[in-house]
Design a protein around this ligand. Sequence first.
Ligand code: GLU
Length: 299
Amino acid sequence: MNPAPVFRFAPSPSGLLHLGHAYSALSCHRAAREAGGRFLLRIEDIDHTRCRPEFERQILDDLAWLGLSWEQPVRRQSEHMADYEQALRRLRKMELIFPCPASRRQIAERAARAGAEARDPDGGLIYPPRSSPGDPDPWPLPITPGEAVSWRLDMGRAAALAQQMTGAEWWFDEQGKGPAGEHGRQLLDPLVWGDVVLARRDIGTSYHLSVVVDDALQGVSHVTRGQDLFAATHIHRLLQILLELPRPVYHHHALVRDEDGRRLSKTDRDTSLKSLREQGMTPAEIAALCGIDNHYDNL
Ligand code: GLU
């Protein structure tokens, strides 16, 4: 018999949950129920500069109030840094990552000077790519002993190796929809991200690395999340190939927007679940707003 599918909701306690998170959590929980699967909650709190325990407490409280339940124990990423270090060590042994002391400002200055101001899918400046895999870093900066550095993926080299490792398996399976309606098999195109940071100098890991390691360690088979993370899936699948981890199925969903069509943000207190609760809204009303009303009784 096949093992039960495993779904997860993975918020970061860097602010209050809003309606968009409620939609994500409710639809993920519902999908798990419908598939006879398991539902996990993971707290993505690697960024100690932004995450706070009071936000985590509020997240747990909001989700329970919505009527969701999840397996215990909850995985808190900050308690598992050794797992991310191990993955990083493996990539370092494979000579796929390199230390980079450049600050954001230095990268911006150099990019401007080189007239190479290409942006990644999230709008960030791309670290200048090498002309071909294996070429030296085009912008080497001296590293002073003991200086904290970030670690970047040598994207050209990593993509070439991963393609060799998987051959025809160079894709991920999108069961929902990407922002341009992408559905089904998605051929990988991680090069558009350039040499992404896999370990930030201040926290020793990154969202991309931790999410991939954790999904594998927790046996996650189905990733349900917002379309803002669709493009990042190209990096995630690449890392899964390099680290020989299983391939989950992805289901990206549209983002909840405000009346002006803007994405909801964690800093906008009006659409936070906390404030909607304080205004007297019920969990059933939230679910209805999210378009999940007719299934609410089954949650
Ligand atoms: N922690 C991420 C966020 O709150 C979501 C990660 C994921 O679902 O892959 O945006």
